[in-house]
Ligand binder design. Structure first.
Ligand SMILES: CCCCCCCCCCCC/C=C/CC(=O)SCCNC(=O)CCNC(=O)[C@H](O)C(C)(C)COP(=O)(O)OP(=O)(O)OC[C@H]1O[C@@H](n2cnc3c(N)ncnc32)[C@H](O)[C@@H]1OP(=O)(O)O
Length: 281
């Protein structure tokens, strides 16, 4: 995509500076003047983990793209090894109640904004997509992944119960028996395995190729009336979004109780220690 053909804007500056992250642009949005397709790039070093500010920036970017009458959204990463490492686990560890409530509500809203977007959505998965990283990719309508990476929801492996809307994210892409086995095993798929079960639609050999394949998918709706398309998509997806649309408070309460339980906190401590020790060896 040529720089001269794109409009570039960034969100999340203020929030990011407050959270003392390394970069000042959590998300980058480029809109191709020719195609009208927006590329939304996650840009939170080192691994695009989703803290409160990141999820807010993602949600705000998506709303801004919809408001700008773009023709579609491609979600990707500025990191060439990691698409997203999922929720920022530091947000879940010994959380301060007010921030945890804001964090979980933001997760709910970000997921709903992406899952029910009026626009065609596609993910150019140019790195590992773990847990909520996989959930975000699954919430899109189309997925193109680069070889040599991994994707999946491994929550049960480290003692996390999978919330219903995350189950639904998988169910909107994969058949129920596959979802059941994958979630209960905490299965992480290689690119090849993901293609075999249709968790991803295509494999591309470079990020540019992945973006181009995503753009072709979005272009395939050129003949569809955008309003009719959006309302039909909403109808098709409403069932899986029902819990969060109708009872977000109940889902919030259940999740908060679980996250603040000693059982969860203990397994999180052990998991984080393991993750950190990897880099000390
Ligand atoms: C009955 C109904 C009840 C309903 C109850 C509901 C209950 C709800 C509960 C809970 C939540 C469950 C949902 C979970 C979803 C999630 O998304 S949890 C996040 C899970 N993600 C991971 O486990 C990813 C872990 N990371 C990695 O595997 C690797 O980092 C990587 C493969 C992504 C990248 O590897 P590499 O490039 O080698 O980088 P690293 O050196 O590993 O990482 C750099 C740096 O970042 C830290 N880090 C990595 N991931 C995270 C993260 N997700 N959060 C926070 N920090 C992370 C890592 O520790 C390194 O830090 P240091 O440099 O060592 O300080």
């Amino acid at each position: 995509m040529l720089r001269s053909q794109t409009k570039l804007f960034a969100l999340g500056k203020r929030q990011l500076c407050r959270s003392m992250s390394k970069s000042c642009d959590l998300t980058l949005v480029e809109v191709d003047d020719k195609t009208g397709i927006a590329t939304l790039t996650m840009n939170k070093p080192p691994v695009n983990s989703c803290n409160l500010e990141m999820m807010r920036a993602l949600k705000d970017s998506m709303k801004q793209i919809e408001g700008n009458k773009s023709r579609g959204i491609i979600l990707t990463s500025s990191n060439n090894k990691v698409f997203s490492s999922g929720l920022d686990l530091n947000e879940l560890r010994n959380p301060e109640q007010e921030r945890l409530v804001a964090f979980w509500k933001e997760l709910q809203e970000m997921w709903l904004t992406l899952y029910l977007s009026n626009l065609p959505t596609a993910a150019a998965i140019n790195g590992h997509a773990l847990a909520v990283g996989c959930v975000m990719a699954s919430a899109c309508e189309y997925r193109v992944m680069l070889p040599g990476f991994t994707i999946g929801i491994h929550a049960t492996k480290f003692g996390y119960v999978v919330p219903p809307f995350i189950v639904n994210s998988y169910l909107s892409v994969l058949p129920r028996p596959v979802v059941e086995r994958a979630l209960l095993q905490g299965k992480i798929f290689s690119t090849d395995e993901a293609q075999q079960i249709n968790l991803i639609d295509e494999v591309a050999n470079s990020k540019e190729e992945a973006l181009s394949k995503c753009a072709s998918f979005i272009g395939s709706f050129a003949e569809a009336n955008p309003v009719a398309r959006a309302l039909t998509k909403r109808q098709l997806r409403a069932e899986f979004a029902r819990t969060l649309l109708d009872e977000p408070e109940a889902e919030l309460k259940e999740s908060l109780e679980y996250i603040t339980s000693p059982l969860f906190q203990d397994s999180l401590d052990a998991y984080l220690a393991k993750l950190k020790s990897k880099n000390k060896k």
